[in-house]
Every structure is written in structure tokens, then in C-alpha cells.
Design a protein around this ligand. Structure first.
Ligand code: SF4
Length: 352
């Protein structure tokens, strides 16, 4: 199901209005260090990041921000907290979008000044609400659940933006709890259906826990058609956020950018170091840019049949194995040549 949201442009990337779910991440470098930030952005772009956000916490960052926007291969979103003047400065220096939380920008005149600056620059604003900085009136409502407070807070900010005639808005309302995140975004999708949603779990944790939490929440939401752009926050190298985002999109059958690895869990029939072999295949697949499925199976008897759906694969026996395609064996080769033979076959068949 594709939601019928308004579409906004973040630089050249459409968000909402039926556009593919886009992948975002955030730089961990100092924005004042434009060279280091641009280097990180280049790596993230190569990995498939489509929109990048950088923190703009002070005046020094604004100078770096301008240089970053001028040279970045990706649209750059300025992440602003507290100081509305930095948001205005970022809009004037090439931001593709602003991310603010009106709840911590302060007086309404300051929020309005940011809206006016975005309008003048022709860029959208993401209203990013989180549990720590709700609309003050809403925050003082103990009768509401956290999800209800997040949604009400978002709705009151949206109303203000609409009254000011500004509709180029993307919404996020993040929590670190998976059930709260799911509940919040379901309500946002129902109550503010025309606005594209930026989905993700905030403060999700380190690589393993954060991946599970993000995929549990965002997986459910995307499966319900909720979420037009995503950032899967991890306490890890931001490259991991991009890899996980694409794995999730691929697993849900929404978008695929690179091959899918199909590998068996091994069992008592396995006679090779299959885990090592699967990891080697995964490493080599990182440079393949065709969306095929590639199987690495632990036995010749069951492997090709179990991975019949895979475009191509290998199944390992004792000292030798077979290369197969759609479940049918192509040839038998020695164990040490299996991975090379697999990639030679991928090159021949798929040109990658
Ligand atoms: S493919 Fe073979 S080795 Fe792998 S789990 Fe299945 S039966 Fe076991």
C-alpha cells in the first residue's frame, strides 16, 4: 500500500507522493571540519545513502556547512536545536532541508522566522519531535500516553505551520521503544495522512540491538505502507545505518540495490567451513551491483533444492561442491575453487 502523501523535494530526492522510500544517515564528524565531513559523505553516498544530515550546533559549523553543501554529492539537511538563527543561517547557506524540533526552538516568533527562511530558500522542514522536547502544553498532560503526546505535539506544530501557509513538511516523532514508535507512527499516518513520515527508532543502541530495534519497528511500519524516508539510528559507524536500511528494504521486497545472500544455517551434514565461506561470498558481493540472489549451502544433497529460488549458488560437499542455478547443478569443482567459480559464473551471467 502506498500512502497518498504530499511530495517534498530534499535537493533532488523526492520524499512522499509515491516516491521510493529513501535512505538517510547522519554524519558523525564535526561540521566545522568540512573536509572530514565531505569524506564521510562520499563514503555514505557510495554505500547507498541518499540524503545526509549534519549537526549545526554553532557559528563555526555554519562556515563548514556552506562548504559541505557546495561540494556534497548528496542533499544536505541541517540539524538544528535551540538556536533559530543557525537554522536561518543554514537555509541561506545551501541547506536542502532543515530539521528542527519547534519544541526546543523557543518563542513562536523564532519558529516563524525559520519557516520564513525555509520558504525563501524553497526548502522543506522536517518537524522532528521526540520524547525529550514536546510542545510544553502537551508535555504537561499526564493523562496521555507517550505516543499520544508525541502525536499531539506534532499535530500542534503542523497546525501552526499550516496557519503560516507552509506545507513543505516531513514529520518524525521518535521514541526509543519499539512498541511506542509503532503506535506513534500509526497514529501520525491516520491523523496527518497528507504528510510524509521520516521513520526510525531513536537512541536504538549499538549495532546488534539497534539493528533489531530499528528493523522490528520500521519493518512493521513499512509493511503497513507507513514511512516515506528512513534513518535507522545506530551507535556505530553511519555506514552500518545505510547497510542495514538497504538490507531491510530488500528483505521487505521494497527496494533492492545489491545482491541478496541466501545461506543455510549449517547442520550435521556440513563438511566445510561454511560460515567462513558465506562471509567471503558476502564480502565479495559488496562490489556486485545487480539485485540477484546468491546461495551458499552446506551440502550437495539438499542445498541446491533448498535454494531453488536463488539465481545462482554453490553447495558444498567433502572436498568439492557444485555451482548451481535455479536449483540445477552446472558443474562440480574442488572446494578451494568454489567461490572463484561462483563469481566467474556471476560475471558471465549477470556481467558484474
Ligand atoms: S543445506 Fe544441507 S547442510 Fe545446510 S542446513 Fe540444509 S541440510 Fe543442512
Amino acid at each position: 500500500m502506498v500512502r497518498n502523501t504530499r511530495q517534498v523535494m530534499v535537493g533532488s530526492v523526492p520524499v512522499g507522493g509515491g516516491a521510493p522510500v529513501s535512505v538517510q544517515s547522519m554524519c558523525t564528524t564535526k561540521t566545522s571540519d568540512a573536509a572530514a565531513t565531505l569524506m564521510q559523505i562520499e563514503g555514505l553516498a557510495e554505500a547507498g545513502c541518499e540524503i545526509i544530515r549534519v549537526a549545526v550546533p554553532d557559528e563555526a559549523s555554519l562556515k563548514g556547512f556552506e562548504r559541505i553543501c557546495a561540494a556534497s554529492p548528496l542533499p544536505v539537511v541541517a540539524d538544528i536545536h535551540f538556536d533559530h538563527r543557525l537554522a536561518i543561517g543554514a537555509a541561506e547557506r545551501g541547506a536542502a532541508a532543515l530539521r528542527i524540533n519547534p519544541g526546543n526552538i523557543g518563542a513562536v516568533e523564532r519558529v516563524d522566522a525559520v519557516i520564513d527562511a525555509a520558504r525563501k530558500a524553497g526548502i522543506p522542514i522536517r518537524i522532528g519531535v521526540n520524547a525529550g522536547s514536546l510542545d510544553p502544553e502537551v508535555a504537561a498532560r499526564p493523562d496521555l500516553s507517550l505516543a499520544e503526546r508525541l502525536v499531539l505535539s506534532c499535530a500542534s506544530f503542523v497546525k501552526h505551520f499550516e496557519e503560516r501557509g507552509f506545507f513543505g513538511v516531513v514529520l518524525s516523532a521518535k521514541a526509543h521503544s519499539v512498541p511506542v514508535t509503532i503506535e506513534t507512527y500509526r497514529m501520525l499516518a491516520e491523523q496527518l495522512p497528507e504528510y510524509p513520515l521520516h521513520v526510525g527508532v531513536t537512541e536504538a543502541g549499538t549495532l546488534r540491538q539497534g539493528t533489531v530495534k530499528n528493523c522490528a519497528a520500521v519493518g512493521v511500519l513499512l509493511e503497513e505502507g507507513i514511512g516515506e524516508t528512513m534513518r535507522l539510528s545506530l551507535t556505530a559507524d553511519p555506514l552500518e545505518e545505510v547497510h542495514v536500511a538497504w538490507e531491510l528494504l530488500g528483505a521487505l521486497g521494497l527496494r533492492r540495490r545489491s545482491p541478496e545472500l541466501v545461506s543455510c544455517p549449517t547442520c550435521g551434514r556440513t563438511q566445510v567451513n561454511l560460515i567462513g565461506m558465506a562471509e567471503e561470498v558476502e564480502r565479495k558481493l559488496a562490489s556486485v551491483r545487480v539485485p540477484i540472489s546468491v546461495a551458499v549451502m552446506g551440502c550437495v544433497v539438499n542445498g541446491p533444492g533448498e535454494a531453488r529460488d536463488a539465481d545462482i549458488g554453490i553447495a558444498c560437499g567433502k572436498g568439492r561442491g557444485v555451482v548451481f542455478a535455479q536449483g540445477e547443478p552446472l558443474r562440480t569443482v574442488s572446494e578451494e575453487d568454489l567461490v572463484d567459480e561462483l563469481f566467474a559464473e556471476i560475471e558471465t551471467r549477470f556481467g558484474s
